[in-house]
Design a protein. Sequence first.
Length: 269
Amino acid sequence: MPAPLPSAVAALEPDPGAAAGEVIRMEGVHKVYDLGEVQVHALRGIDVRIGRGEFVAIMGPSGGGKSTFMNICGCLDRPTRGRYWLEGRDVSELDKRERAGIRNRLIGFVFQGFNLLARTTALENVELPGLYARLTPEERLTRARAALEIVGLAERAGHYPSQLSGGQQQRVAIARALMNRPAILLADEPTGNLDTRTSVEIMEIFQRLNEQEGLTLVVVTHEPDIARFARRIITFRDGRIRRDEAVETGLRAETVLAQLPPETDADGE
């Protein structure tokens, strides 16, 4: 049985007007990049709400606003105008240091390129967010081992990234994202560098975290089949939300995996 996901961190001081159960709320969010004589309007009046426990896929063409939206969701950037509430607190005007504190407490990130440190083991990579959170060495070790157990890599804790397949490296990255017990996990093209079977295995982990543990997930993807593992799809184009709809015929990762050809030793998994 997979190890249970640690419970989410306590919410920030809530906005009294925030709706119960909302993790993300944006109202009239614009993002304009000033490139000297040219201004790039990356987001144009985004209004969106994402509730606790949702699994949302973000889709759309390159340049449509997906990455900018995710950067604002993850407090890596802030709106040019408009308001953004995270866990009930308006974070629109926070400075870099304040946003960094919120990222460390509430948000887990998973990237396409894994972003693991080459000279540290899987366990040490997972422990890193705990250093910034000033956890004790004992607490870091306990949480890191539990997170690797969740993603099925407890036996690879002492391996270096070069000794792991791409899918295993992404699992380590997911475990690292869980280290500080986030309220929300943001994944930017998490299957972009993976083969079909490994991509579905990653989505199985996401579905399990969402359904069994109630973790809120927002995943950017270019792949319609990957989006169908989510329960809601938001489509961006030209800096605006063009569609926001529930997934009517979703995919179950466990079912899809059972229908794929069996893996072989050559697959490296």
